[in-house]
Ligand binder design. Structure first.
Ligand code: HEC
Length: 154
């Protein structure tokens, strides 16, 4: 009896064959990029919420501030690359304005990155007032970009 590869199996094999050598050389799918940036942005949201509890004195983990601030600063440095041309369709809350007003988007991303870097410096200084101010500036930078470039639902 001859065994034939069923079409579904053939498709799976073809997909498997494509994984190794091709990965990294093809352009990422828009849907995957959107999913990735939403996860990365969620991590920013989680760090900022956690820091907010510390800054407001709800918890005493002041020694955790640095880890959160560094995490936000690290991701903030990559925000622009998470919105490549063509990643504007799919299930995304990014407004078309991101690509229509790329200069404005870049400015917002740069400001947020600078605010995150400044927070790291403030945390290192240990000056509570400076930390509070820097945290506020960072939060405003997130909100500022969302107002112009993200559909409302946050
Ligand atoms: C330069 C613009 C910009 C900056 C700066 C920015 N965001 Fe965003 N953010 C966006 C856009 C656009 C989306 C929508 C992404 C999508 O749905 O594809 C988003 C989405 C989000 C989401 C929702 C993620 C999800 O699961 O859908 C959260 C949470 C978030 N951002 C938090 C933050 C925080 C916190 C900061 C500041 C530390 C920040 N963002 C800075 C533009 C920005």
């Amino acid at each position: 009896m001859t065994r034939r590869i069923r079409p579904a199996t053939a498709a799976v094999l073809a997909a498997l064959l494509m994984i190794g050598p091709v990965a990294g050389t093809t352009a990422d799918d828009s849907e995957d990029i959107i999913k990735y940036r939403q996860k990365a942005m969620s991590s920013q949201g989680a760090h900022v919420s956690a820091m907010s509890q510390i800054v407001r004195g709800k918890v005493s983990y002041t020694d955790h501030m640095k880890a959160h601030a560094v995490g936000v600063a690290g991701v903030a440095a990559h925000v622009k690359s998470m919105f490549p041309e063509g990643s504007d369709f799919g299930v995304t809350d990014a407004k078309m304005a991101v690509w229509e007003n790329w200069a404005g988007f870049e400015k917002a991303a740069d400001e947020s990155r600078e605010a995150a870097d400044a927070l790291v410096v403030a945390v290192d200084s240990g000056d509570e007032a400076a930390i509070g101010e820097a945290f506020k500036t960072l939060s405003q930078s997130c909100k500022g970009c969302h107002e112009d470039f993200k559909e409302e639902d946050d």
